[in-house]
Design a protein around this ligand. Structure first.
Ligand code: UTP
Length: 468
């Protein structure tokens, strides 16, 4: 082991990271092996990129921001109508589904720290009456697509080291919620270490470096490295519908959106909602130096956030809701070029092992964590299409333990939307409501389905009533 120690020490010395071995003498053989393996796997060439990301955090590059074109809602009031170009393209989206050319990509590798739920966020029992989990909601949405178009899109689920096992086990225990297990693929995203303010790698245990998931933008290299891009190609997929695990109201394969994406021959498309409060903390779709981009709210000056266009509405109103369509060929070409999305640093609290071998829980931020963002694909695309959608119809993320994006807030907003549908259809206002995602996607469809009024409108209503 003495040779090992010398070799590791030499390697780490090249990068000024010898402190990683500070507790070597106190480790048993298995722990030494584990640490040696971790050091062997670490890609130290990334340190430069990490330092660049820290420099950018401290001194952000100058932006040159102008509003970007968006296909706006045709009818902006409930139950809404999508922009005409997208509505007219819906048939093209339907054809892609009928031809089996669409795959769904669900990113679920995040740690869900804010929510504080013990388990993968997708296992959260979010539905107001049945307690159905987010994963089951998405599975039932997929089954609905299969019911309507004869083909259920394959589902690709990005997980992380921390939640892969629990996520797989949850799907298995629940028999994939009725999906074919051959149509569900899990793949693990990459990881990044953290650096303290002296540029030293953080140890989370005497024998272990801290490693955290590399952000939703890690999806690009993870799809490539795990063979999922090749798998999609083999299955005849051409278009990818991307969504996040926390958005209860997301349509998993929206034909108008896919149609717009395909007819525009876009590499990447995105959905946006209208921001009405200048202070809202949401990334904005705009042009930066003429290139389509999502720019974080933190990078907007107060003046820019409040800027008004002719007609009085906000100039930068298009809030990104992290719903995308990708062309498979575009992702393949990025991955083929070895292009990774840029790395972003964030200054966070990261527990660490100090020089004495003690675990310290810092009271304030102490280290830089690193992530890639999926919307950084936008500036790399030749063509981008953006579609406005109604916030209450399509954007309801579960993020926090309380407040509007906590479980109660989400259940309330969910029920407000569907009660509005019930009111429009029947002039009735049930005290509580839940709609099976396998049955109906949105209020427009609800009204078109023309369901018979409930047997007893004074009771909580689960639709369709024939489910019971
Ligand atoms: P968030 O940015 O909300 O992060 O992720 P999070 O990890 O879920 O929650 P917090 O910030 O710790 O509270 C948005 C989406 O991106 C996925 C999440 O699973 C979620 O669907 N994501 C995020 C990944 O798949 N991998 C990551 O490394 C980060």
């Amino acid at each position: 082991m003495a040779d090992d120690l010398k070799r590791l020490d030499d390697l780490l010395a090249k990068y000024g990271q010898q402190h990683v071995l500070a507790h070597w003498g106190k480790l048993n053989a298995a722990q030494q092996r584990a640490l040696k393996e971790q050091i062997g796997l670490a890609d130290f060439s990334r340190l430069d990129e990490m330092h660049r990301a820290i420099a950018e955090l401290k001194n952000p590059p100058r932006r040159d921001i102008t509003p970007a074109p968006v296909v706006e809602l045709d009818i902006p009031n409930f139950p809404y109508a999508p922009g005409r170009e997208a509505a007219a393209a819906a048939k093209v989206g339907e054809d892609a589904l009928l031809a089996g050319e669409v795959a769904c990509l669900l990113v679920a590798g995040g740690q869900g720290t804010r929510l504080g739920f013990d388990g993968p966020k997708g296992c959260y029992p979010v539905m107001p009456l049945s307690g159905m989990t987010l994963f089951e909601v998405f599975a039932r949405k997929l089954l609905r697509v299969g019911k309507v178009y004869g083909k259920t899109p394959p589902l690709y689920v990005m997980v992380s080291r921390q939640n892969e096992q629990a996520t797989r086990a949850f799907f298995e225990k629940n028999k994939f919620f009725g999906l074919k297990d051959a149509d569900v693929s899990f793949f693990a995203q990459g990881e990044m270490p953290a650096l303290d303010t002296d540029g030293k790698l953080i140890l989370e245990a005497p024998d272990r470096l801290f490693l955290g998931p590399d952000g939703h933008g890690g999806v690009l290299s993870a799809l490539h490295k795990t063979g999922m891009l090749a798998n999609m190609r083999k299955r005849g997929v051409a278009h990818i519908s991307y969504f996040q695990v926390d958005n209860l109201q997301v349509p998993v394969a929206d034909t108008a959106f896919l149609g717009l994406h395909i007819t525009r021959r876009a590499d990447v498309s995105l959905k946006v909602v209208r921001k009405t409060d200048p202070a809202e903390r949401v990334g904005i779709f705009c042009l930066d130096h003429g290139k389509p981009s999502v720019v974080e709210y933190t990078e907007f000056s107060d003046e820019q956030s409040r800027q008004r266009a002719a007609g009085g509405r906000l100039a930068f109103w298009a809030g990104s809701i992290a719903v995308h369509a990708f062309s498979l060929a575009f992702l393949e070409s990025l991955a083929g070029r070895g292009a990774d999305l840029p790395l972003h640093a964030a200054f966070k609290k990261v527990p660490f092992i100090d020089a004495t071998g003690r675990l310290v829980e810092p009271a304030s931020p102490n280290a830089y964590k690193f992530e890639r963002f999926v919307f950084d694909t936008l500036p790399l695309a030749k063509t981008v299409a953006a579609l406005e959608v109604a916030r209450d119809e399509q954007f309801l993320p579960l993020k926090n333990p309380d407040g509007p994006f906590g479980p109660e807030g989400v259940r309330n907003s969910y029920q407000r939307y569907w009660r509005a549908a019930a009111k429009l259809a029947w002039r009735l206002d049930p005290p509580a409501i839940e709609v099976d995602p396998l049955w109906c996607e949105n209020a427009r469809e609800f009204i078109a389905l023309d369901p018979p009024p409930p047997r007893d409108a004074s009771k909580p209503l689960r639709l369709p009533e024939s489910n019971k």
